[in-house]
Design a protein around this ligand. Structure first.
Ligand code: NAP
Length: 550
């Protein structure tokens, strides 16, 4: 066995990469990967029909598409993208609830390498973002690499062959590198309430909206008052007969500064792309100011005053106002933006119920105070499985233990730069642990990670190595530091319980602060943090007929 012991970093500055991060893509997108990389490097171009590929990507949302496009730009055609849905788009394909839109401005919530001068509004609706992703995938030539309607059932590292075996119903592939990009908000979470399975009316989650179900005149219960509910409740309120909104914790809400973009702006961005880049940069740095508040909760007093004024302006009834006033520090949960949430809750056919739900009966909901409310339909805006990372059950490292097993043993999810995990060679997670943000565009984090992965692949190739694995002590030190930084932030110390925290109260979701700092950390692959091995891979030993670890 040959193990490369890379030299230590020349200096801390170099380890952190060069300065000058910004809202645009990681550097050097055109640097090619591998000695034989190039459009003609593979037998047939796209990895779509291949049995062994260099890179297997799972998921065709923002993360998977970014990885695919940047690989293609780097001259790698030998990759495949597995997508369980029948279209690209990830969360923007699945979340079709009425009013679904992004709460990060579109100029920033988009790929740096694919600006769209035609956004119709400052905060784009779901359908437009989905169209943008479809169009971007097509224009960058990655569609032939994507196997739609192909769920990945397991991903197993085959140690004797030194490849990942990706199982799908049609057999799957082996791959040198595995890049799961399944998103953190892809598995809807339903509440665990006694009697819920016996409900006989319509019942669905916001991420699986039943558009065929007509809500007209119905008595509807909505459980949850998070980012999704505050968008669809104002849309359905005029249509339903009565609306019972079950609120466990009131969100902090600030005005939504949405507006249509003008024809003049469209023209300007088309003829002068630098103008759009300037607007993007201004939005980016403006939003970074939030992080300044999040890392020191006492700095949130001024924004809290703005949010209180918004509530007081929109809700005159003191009883309702009291129900809607949060008792934790703003930012502890995601800050929501809306101009119509409060007015909707004040409508005569709407009731905000703050008593806990004690039971769901076949045609009603019973609250803790004993009040029973007959309902025809229950809509759950109850969020997603995040800190339990369901995809981890399907990723098996050497020896067969799953990522979930490893993380359960450790007590929490952990990775290095949210991307690599000790004990899992050649695995690069996108949107992994502690890469989430409470204040700005996740696309920025995704592009930072993708740049890091590309640099890692380049390094492995140029070192003539076959596997790369982060050193456990590096991962441990990184996470100790991360948790130390998180301890005093608003997310940990703001007095709320959010999906950012796992069952142990550990924040395994968020990056602690300014997103440019993540870009800086991930700017260059840091080989001294890794072990590289050089034994040749034997993909044929892990083919469909070969023994795989069970
Ligand atoms: P969420 O923010 O996690 O909100 C879930 C809501 O359900 C919370 O109000 C929660 O109450 C409540 N809830 C959960 N379990 C409950 C139970 N057993 N009984 C009563 N209430 C319960 O979920 P989401 O609204 O789907 O949003 C999830 C994330 O998706 C957001 O934070 C955001 O990152 C993303 N998102 C983004 C956009 C966008 O515009 N970019 C739009 C939608 C969603 P507690 O607060 O008390 O836990």
């Amino acid at each position: 066995m040959t193990v490369t012991e890379p030299a230590p970093p020349p200096s801390a500055t170099a380890a952190n990469g060069a300065p000058g991060p910004g809202p645009d893509g990681a550097d050097d997108p055109d640097a090619r990967i591998g000695p034989d990389a190039g459009p003609d490097a593979t037998d047939g171009g796209e990895g779509g029909g291949r049995r062994h590929v260099k890179v297997a990507i799972v998921g065709a949302g923002f993360a998977g598409l970014a990885m695919a496009i940047r690989l293609k730009q780097a001259g790698v055609d030998d990759f495949v993208v597995f997508e369980r849905g029948d279209d690209v788009g990830g969360t923007w394909r699945d979340n079709t609830y009425p009013g679904a839109a992004c709460d990060v401005p579109s100029h920033l919530y988009s790929f740096s390498f694919a600006p769209n001068p035609r956004w119709s509004r400052s905060f784009s609706p779901q359908g437009e973002i989905l169209d943008y992703l479809r169009d971007t995938a097509r224009r960058h030539g990655v569609m032939p690499h994507i196997r739609l309607g192909t769920p990945v059932t397991a991903m197993r590292w085959v140690d004797e062959a030194r490849v990942w075996r990706v199982h799908t119903p049609d057999g799957g592939v082996t791959a040198q590198f595995l890049v799961p990009g399944m998103g953190a908000l892809s598995e809807p979470k339903l509440p665990d309430i006694p009697g819920i399975d016996g409900f006989e009316g319509a019942f669905f989650h916001s991420a699986a909206w039943e558009h065929d179900h007509d809500l007209t005149g119905e008595s509807v219960a909505v459980i949850g008052t998070g980012a999704s509910s505050i968008q669809f409740v104002p849309e359905i309120q005029p249509q339903v007969g009565s609306l019972h909104v079950f609120q466990r914790t009131p969100p902090w809400i600030i005005p939504r500064t949405d507006r249509p973009l003008t024809a003049a702006e469209h023209r300007l961005f088309r003829v002068l792309p630098a103008a759009q880049r300037f607007v993007r940069a201004a939005i980016y740095w403006g939003r970074e100011l939030y992080a300044w508040g999040f890392i020191k909760p006492q700095r949130m007093r001024a924004p809290q005053r703005l949010a209180r004024a918004h509530l007081e302006h929109q809700v005159t009834d003191p009883g309702l106002r009291a129900k809607l006033t949060p008792e934790y520090t703003m930012g502890c949960k995601r800050i929501l933006i809306s101009n119509d949430w409060y007015p909707t809750l004040a409508r005569p056919n709407v009731e905000v119920v703050t008593d806990r739900i004690s039971e769901i009966r076949p045609r009603s909901i019973v609250a803790a105070d004993g009040t029973e409310r007959p309902v025809d339909t229950i809509i759950c805006g109850t969020g997603f499985h995040v800190t339990d990372f369901p995809a981890g059950d399907h990723i098996h490292g050497p020896g067969g233990a799953s990522l979930s097993d490893v993380w359960n043993d450790r007590g929490s999810m952990e990775a290095y730069l949210g991307t690599t995990v000790a004990g899992f060679p050649n695995l690069f997670l996108l949107v992994g642990p502690n890469t989430g943000l409470g204040h700005t565009s996740m696309v920025f984090m995704i592009e930072s990670q993708v740049g890091y992965v590309l640099d890692a692949l380049r390094h492995v190739d140029s070192a003539g190595a076959t596997t790369v694995e982060v050193r456990p002590e590096v991962q441990d030190a990184y996470n100790r530091d991360l948790q130390r930084q998180l301890a005093t932030t608003v997310w940990n110390a703001g007095g709320c319980r959010s999906w950012y925290l796992d069952a142990n109260g550990r924040n395994t979701s968020l990056w602690p602060g300014f997103s440019w700092r993540f870009r800086q950390r991930a700017r260059r692959f840091d080989p001294w943090s890794y072990v590289l091995r050089h034994e040749p891979a034997h993909p044929e030993a892990a083919g469909p007929g070969a023994r795989v670890l069970d």
